[in-house]
Design a binder for this molecule. Sequence first.
Ligand code: PLP
Length: 390
Amino acid sequence: MTWSNRLSNSVQSIAPSGIRKFFDIAAQMEDVISLGVGEPDFITPWTIRESCVYGLERGYTSYTANRGTLELRTEIANHYKKFFNVEYNPNTDILVTVGVSEALDLALRAVVNPGDEVLIPEPCYVSYAACTTLAGGIPVPVPAKIENEFRITPEELEKFLSPKTKVILIGYPNNPTGAIMTREDLLKVADFAEKNDLIVISDEIYGDLTYDGVHECFSALPKMRDRTILLNGFSKAYAMTGWRVGYALGNSDFIGAMTKIHQYTMLCAPITAQIAAVEALRNGEKYMKKMVAEYDRRRHLIYDGFKNLALESFEPKGAFYIFPNITSTGLSAEDFAEKLIVAEHVALVPGTAFGNCGAGHVRCSYATSIEKISEALNRIEHFLKKVRGA
Ligand code: PLP
């Protein structure tokens, strides 16, 4: 007997994540070099881990306020005031969540009605379209083209605007392309949002991982604070993926609505992770900067490596991904990824996992050691020789 026809329509309409598939293949092999998973290879800095150990020692094992501890919300508010000069009231405008993953789900569920359209620049993080569908909305992909360094423009957005459009969901620095948006680019998107009265959900989880200049915070742009739900977290910048802590910032109506869902579904983020997150914001910056400097070294290595292999690639400016074009091999992105892992035991992700606009590309994460990246490049060179018949 099968129960699959008893599942909800929305869950049946979404596909499993294309990232996990290659992760699972890799898990069954020995000697695999994974450029597949978007996770720092560093351990969380000791001062952050230690704060949690002391927290446990002192008996901090309970629930916290639904919105998160006031201590953490206050640190987050101070951080945004200090770095971006944008103000959030810790009592009403900040919600601590179980990673950006939960914050994204809550943001969409808080503002999307059935049939509302959400403009999503693609290629993009795998959850954007799926979470939109689960919230009852309609994801509308908007191509962010390589000719434009994978940035989104109002001209492109305009083509996909309809009377049902309610939200723009952007994620820069971008997973999977490594693209960033300059202040000028973002101001144009802000104008577009204002003109068409759209809500902006801005996923800035890679905001601390930029290599050419500083990150521009969307909600700090003129008139954008109240229109924006800003998402951020600790997973990437502080190597804290397993702690599961993130947050959402916005006007009190948006955050209040998200808190309502959160209190019924999640209750609160783990207290241990919240204690650690406070320490990350208070004393983690220097460790974070060291990790970013190391990603930058790896970024140069992998970018030059692909150039030498004649796999054309956009030079990533943020996050820890590179998105080379593999069309010159004559293989589709899926075939390239599958043949490469079987032949050479190198795992990467086909660009189509990030939307149809990712066709002809593969995503490689360089959040792995210099030695492993070098060896992966050797193996890819060997693979390309066979594919190109050299
Ligand atoms: N947003 C983007 C763009 C990501 O790449 C990821 C994880 O890969 C997430 C959100 C989820 O992050 P978290 O660990 O905070 O749930």
